[in-house]
Design a protein around this ligand. Structure first.
Ligand code: IPE
Ligand code: IPE
Ligand code: MG
Length: 224
């Protein structure tokens, strides 16, 4: 039986969720943030999941209208401040991955504060991908390797990435079947699950049923 240690999720469909209800897209982001809490709490109580990596903002998402991007930045700031209590209550360590240097100094400070405040937590690690793109991650990793005079091999490359742990199970909500520049190296042997459910509607019941299917997949890793 497979037990997932690293679950990664592309949280897609917030905008469509809101639009289908006649609401502004940003309302979908607010509801999506609630789903993040529900799913994180579920994973924190799961016996095998050690890391939950969530795609929250891609390196390509800057292309969106300025107002939506600004709303997302404000939501993130507000949400992180509120969430600290929840992280501590569930022993969750928060970690941001991606290139944070493009965010405002204020948002960067809040991110660092929440990372520091949750650093003693020993349960689940929630890594939130912010201004994250796999290609950008590889470029930053290579720069680090050159600076450190690392040997060029797979082990050192993996270690230089934002997240070194391989993804076991990758889920994308929202109906599209693509990776959109997420965890391309870490998901080399991940099991991929795509669901039409829009992120704000994604439930712990659906996650449980995906985990149940994952348990029985035969993972061969190139062997027989
Ligand atoms: C995912 O939902 C959240 C972010 C990318 C920030 P979307 O905003 O992409 O929602 P849809 O795909 O347009 O419905
Ligand atoms: C992927 O969703 C990024 C996040 C969920 C943060 P997008 O909505 O940006 O992806 P595309 O544009 O449909 O590929
Ligand atoms: Mg989308």
């Amino acid at each position: 039986m497979n037990t997932p240690r690293h679950l990664a999720i592309i949280m897609d469909g917030n905008g469509r969720w809101a639009q289908s209800r006649g609401m502004a897209r940003v309302k979908g982001h607010e509801r999506g943030a609630e789903t993040v809490r529900t799913i994180t709490t579920f994973c924190a109580n799961h016996p095998h999941i050690e890391r939950l990596t969530l795609y929250a903002f891609s390196t390509e998402n800057w292309k969106r209208p300025k107002l939506e991007v600004e709303f997302l930045m404000k939501l993130l700031e507000r949400w992180l401040k509120n969430e600290l209590e929840v992280y501590l209550a569930h022993d969750v360590r928060f970690e941001a991955i991606g290139d944070l240097s493009r965010f405002s100094p204020q948002l960067q400070r809040t991110i660092r504060e929440v990372e520091e405040a949750t650093s003693p937590c020993k349960g689940l690690v929630q890594s939130l991908a912010l201004n994250y793109g796999s290609r950008d991650e590889v470029v930053r990793a290579l720069r680090r390797m050159v600076e450190r005079h690392d040997p060029i091999d797979e082990a050192h490359l993996l270690q230089a990435l934002d997240v070194a742990m391989e993804v076991d199970l990758l889920i994308r909500t929202g109906g599209d079947q693509r990776l959109s520049n997420f965890m391309l190296l870490q998901a080399a042997y991940a099991e991929l699950f795509f669901t039409p459910t829009l992120w704000p509607d994604f439930s712990t019941d659906e996650l449980q049923s995906i985990l149940t299917s994952f348990e029985t997949v035969e993972r061969r890793f190139g062997g027989i």
